[in-house]
Design a protein around this ligand. Structure first.
Ligand code: KG4
Ligand code: ZN
Length: 350
């Protein structure tokens, strides 16, 4: 394992983040969150890329300072190539290219989803990293999928959402309840004080290991419209129970398919990754399965669940060790499947 110092840059959505890694140890992980989107109820792409432009230099400088290194110590620059918002990705991509060029070090492109999964291999992410092969439920604002991880660079998506992502469901349902964006963490907090059996919402019937969340959203919307008609204060009076019931429904949908996949494939190393893996209901459901089904579960530390550059630096480090570098002509890509990232996007240097 090399002990080279690598800088990672993440700018795929609304967090500008930079991190420094040495070996598998994170020396700094800095993020500037963009509060500007809260009032719009979602990320506004044009505002996001403008904020990335303002944030990127201070965030990188801060991460270098916090890591207690000099810029000249950096051996490679890793960046998120995709998937994400193109305007946001372009800011990180062009900054990473210019920095790599000026420092005369290799440039390494990273798939954001692969990074969410490989965040488990950061030294202090877990007590122990998962053992291959493992299943990783990757749940974020833009993606929901079950990935069979055979190795760092051998992953297969075995199921995914056919419509909304789980985080999107939390955010959209939270919007119905008039909560700020992103609503996921707020629903989680309120759910802790509510009764999760107070209300029932419909669950989808979808083939294989795939997911669907748009039906839950519609079922909540119709239910609320009906109740508000009878009592205009219905949401206010029942907010905690509503949040707890919604959270329970989403978590049950997620766990049902994960359990089916684990059972069919006879895998009992099970991980979760992505922003929604911060959810306390999902974490508890994983712990219950560990007890009941004997799963070995892997739940990363909070700071490595939502978007962060530490996970980008982690993948960059693994690619650095393989000599897998990107050309300076590499471009950001809004759509970027995990499987696609194992094809010939990077040069393998002997
Ligand atoms: O991975 P992430 O930071 O960004 C994407 O790549 O999408 O995930 C953000 C998503 C948002 O939808 C947010 O509401 C959700 O993760 N989220 C949560 C929690 N924390 C973040 N959802 C439920 N419970 C949480 N505690
Ligand atoms: Zn993400």
């Amino acid at each position: 394992m090399s002990d080279s110092i690598i800088l990672g840059i993440e700018s795929s959505c609304d967090d500008t983040s930079a991190a420094v890694i040495r070996g598998n140890k994170i020396l700094s992980n800095i993020a500037a969150n963009q509060e500007i989107h809260n009032e719009y109820g979602g990320v506004v792409p044009e505002l996001a890329s403008r904020a990335h432009q303002q944030n990127i230099i201070p965030v990188v400088q801060k991460s270098v300072r916090k890591a207690n290194i000099q810029q000249k110590d950096i051996c490679a620059v890793g960046f998120t190539r995709g998937p994400g918002l193109l305007g946001s990705l372009l800011v990180g991509t062009s900054f990473a290219k210019s920095l790599a060029m000026s420092l005369q070090v290799p440039l390494i492109e990273v798939n954001h989803l692969q990074a969410h999964i490989l965040a488990h291999f950061i030294d202090d992410a877990n007590l122990m990293p998962p053992k291959f092969p493992f299943l990783c439920l990757t749940v974020s604002g833009g993606h929901t999928m079950i990935v069979l991880v055979r190795d760092y660079f051998d992953m297969e998506i075995i199921g995914k959402t056919i419509d909304d992502a789980a985080g999107e469901a939390f955010d959209k349902i939270g919007k119905i309840f008039d909560l700020d964006y992103p609503a996921g963490p707020i629903v989680d907090r309120l759910a802790k004080e509510g009764n999760s059996s107070a209300f029932q919402f419909s669950k989808p019937r979808i083939d294989n290991y795939n997911y669907s969340f748009s039906g839950v959203k519609t079922s909540v919307l119709y239910f609320i419209q009906k109740e508000i008609h009878k009592n205009p204060d219905f949401i206010k009076e029942n907010l905690r129970d509503l949040c707890a019931s919604v959270q329970k429904t989403i978590v049950e949908i997620l766990m049902h398919k994960l359990e089916k996949a684990a059972n069919d494939l006879q895998v009992n190393e099970i991980a979760i990754a992505g922003g929604v893996s911060a959810n306390s209901g999902l974490r508890q459901a994983m712990k219950d399965r560990a007890e009941k089904l004997g799963w070995n579960i892997y739940i990363p530390k909070f700071e490595y669940t939502t978007d962060n550059a530490a996970m980008i630096a982690m993948v960059a480090k693994l690619k650095f060790d393989r000599g897998e570098f990107a050309d300076l002509s590499v471009s950001a890509t809004a759509r970027y499947d995990i499987e696609e990232s194992f094809k010939k996007n990077s040069q393998i240097l002997d």
